[in-house]
Design a protein around this ligand. Structure first.
Ligand code: GTP
Ligand code: SPV
Ligand code: MN
Length: 593
């Protein structure tokens, strides 16, 4: 019997609906971890990898129709439709509970229901949030233990009457027609049913730490953002912290773990990882913005991760890691496209079909072995570049905020906002091109404000307003920048080398924050003068840097038209300041007087 009566009653009520065979409370001990791992291996839910090559590592495959977040089945359930806003799917709480309840009814028959008390953020920090996830997936339990603090220490912290988010999950039949990911911000509850994929089922992550937390953050005056957090040490030894919002699969993990090129390392530049996906930020008594990473692990994209692109990630995942939907080599190894290591001579692809190097698919092209959204779940503590301050209850002070996306054209490599309000406008209008791996027309631009389109738990117009208010409350708000690593030439090749070389852009950003360099004023903001970017040792095509820094007026005029369309969907609810910023842009583009 737990001390927290409300928790006990809720668990009983949910069990009465889901009808599990048994209920197991997760205590978070190593003994329990060993026992659950052995159980998951014997049931075939996970496969143990070669204990010499991949010690402590497990392999898992999800169902074929369950390999990414399903945004069209994700809903914000508020009493008023307007509170979810035009960019979210909405359902009334009543309908949500009814429709999901029908699927949950008896869904855990013959299965174990695990009760996972978890804490997002350091246990005991006033900024942390506690949740309890009920799940019939042992894979979820094993992942949650890497991604956050779980078990008895959390229950202890919760005490007899503490607040917690009620998170209910069942795989049910893993049927896409019976799948719903529902958020009830008014009840502090999340119901997820019919999926077994990460972002849909590790309910502390996107569901709690972004959708529910963003709602709470607005009420309480702080921010829950889809951002990486990194420390950048300059040659003088001072470390500045930067937060960056890029849409999914646009480079947060890579930037957070950046390894500077040799020339920079020799001078004393260093990067420290604080977080790679989520930042909770609040204004402290010094009236500056401080950020914590509420997670204790990485749930990162595997394809493209190699010793050349992201050596820190590769080192992090060598042990105690769960791999999902990558290639499984015979004998218990893993591999993915872009790993730049010897593929197994024989193995199985992410669908479990026989696979070997050189295999040609039905379409006549090389058969892809790992799903493009295959992932690794690895402990933060194993990251060689981890920041010693990552677990600090108060987090780290943020000097700069970076927005970014994938844009083959238009946006320069980097530019700086003129003010906080202008920066909010840049974030609110940012967009990213859909890649071949995503549903929708290739190259099509999708507006993804602050990279939060799929994660904002309330009306996005109110979210912009909240951002503006936060700026007013700070004496020295972080400077806001926009970056684009993905601009291409006429042949479609990237103009900028990216990855470790991105330190050159961070170098300029910090120099701006410290008022050390001038910049060129353009219609869209401050762009670097070519001589202020350190390009030493870079082998770039002639003219590439001019192209990367260019602001094409005609293209921006077309973009301004699209931005106006984007804003119109929010009707009168959008803050006046956003339209004022828009008009200022039109004026700078000489479109209005
Ligand atoms: P989520 O976990 O989905 O939120 O993604 P993320 O934002 O953490 O993206 P991640 O760092 O995993 O990168 C996604 C893809 O972008 C990978 O295929 C990377 O190889 C690629 N990528 C990351 N940084 C760069 C860069 O600087 N240049 C280029 N060209 N590609 C990059
Ligand atoms: C993302 O899609 O932004 C991710 C992966 O970080 S997931 O946890 O599935 O949302
Ligand atoms: Mn993400």
């Amino acid at each position: 019997m737990v001390r927290h009566q409300e928790l006990q009653l809720w668990v009983e009520e949910m069990a009465a609906m889901c009808k599990p065979e048994r209920i197991v409370w997760i205590n978070g001990s190593e003994e329990e971890h060993q026992r659950l791992t052995a159980e998951a291996i014997s049931s075939g839910e996970v496969i143990q990898l070669d204990s010499e090559k991949w010690p402590g590592c497990l392999y898992h495959r999800t169902a074929l129709n369950d390999v990414a977040r399903t945004e069209d089945l994700t809903f914000i359930c508020t009493t008023l439709k307007d509170d979810a806003g035009p960019t979210n799917n909405w359902m009334s709480p009543e309908e949500g509970y009814r429709r999901a309840g029908e699927i949950f009814e008896g869904a855990m028959r013959g299965r174990t229901m695990y009760v996972i008390p978890f804490c997002m953020g350091p246990v005991g920090s006033p900024f942390s949030k506690i949740g309890v996830e009920l799940t019939d997936s042992i894979y979820v339990v094993l992942n949650m233990r890497i991604m956050c603090n779980i078990g008895d220490e959390v229950l202890e912290q919760l005490g007899a009457g503490g607040e917690f988010t009620k998170c209910l999950h069942s795989k049910a039949e893993l049927d896409i027609k019976k799948r719903l990911i529902l958020h009830f911000p008014e009840d502090n509850a999340i119901w997820s049913v019919g999926s077994g994929y990460g972002g849909n089922v590790l309910l502390g992550k996107k569901c709690l730490a972004l959708r529910i937390a963003s709602h709470v953050a607005r009420r309480e005056g702080w921010m829950a953002e889809h951002m990486l957090i990194m420390g950048v040490q300059r040659p003088d030894g001072h470390i500045y912290y930067i937060a960056g919002a890029f849409p999914s699969a646009c480079g947060k993990t890579n930037l957070a773990m950046l390894v500077p090129p040799e020339g920079y390392r020799a001078k004393g530049w260093k990067v420290f990882t604080v977080g790679d996906d989520i930042a909770w930020m609040r204004i402290d008594t010094d009236r500056r913005l401080w950020a914590v990473n509420p997670e204790t692990g990485f749930f990162g994209v595997a394809p493209g991760t190699s010793k050349n692109t992201n050596p820190n990630a590769l080192e992090t995942i060598r042990r105690n890691t769960i791999f999902t939907n990558v290639v499984l080599g015979k004998g218990g190894t893993v591999w993915w496209e872009g790993m730049e290591e010897e593929p197994p001579a024989e193995g199985r692809d992410w669908q479990g079909r026989p696979w070997k190097p050189g295999l040609i698919g039905e379409d006549g092209k090389p058969a892809v072995g790992a799903h493009p959204n295959s992932r690794f779940t690895a402990p933060f503590s194993q990251c060689p570049s981890r920041s010693a301050r990552a677990g600090d209850h108060h987090g780290v002070p943020i000097s700069a905020i970076i927005f970014g996306g994938r844009r083959a054209r238009l946006t320069p490599l980097v530019y700086e906002a003129q003010s906080w309000g202008h920066g909010v406008y840049i974030g609110a209008t940012m967009a990213s091109e859909r890649t071949a791996a995503q549903f929708g027309k290739q190259g099509e631009v999708r507006r993804d404000p602050m990279a939060m389109l799929p994660f904002c738990g309330y009306n996005m117009a109110d979210y912009f307003e909240h951002w503006l208010r936060m700026g007013v409350r700070m004496t020295r708000p972080p400077r806001i920048f926009n970056v684009n690593w993905f601009r291409t030439d006429e042949d479609g090749s990237f103009l900028w080398p990216g990855f470790g070389e991105n330190i050159r852009v961070l170098d300029w950003i910090l120099a701006r924050c410290l008022n050390e360099v001038e910049a060129e004023k353009t219609a869209i903001g401050w762009v670097p003068r070519k001589e202020d970017l350190n390009l030493e040792g870079l082998d770039m095509a002639p003219g590439a840097i001019d192209e990367l820094l260019s602001v094409n007026k005609e293209e921006w005029i077309a973009e301004a038209g699209l931005i106006a369309e984007h804003f119109k969907q929010f009707d009168d609810r959008i803050p006046h300041e956003m339209w004022a910023q828009h008009e200022a842009l039109l004026r700078r583009l000489d479109l209005i007087g």
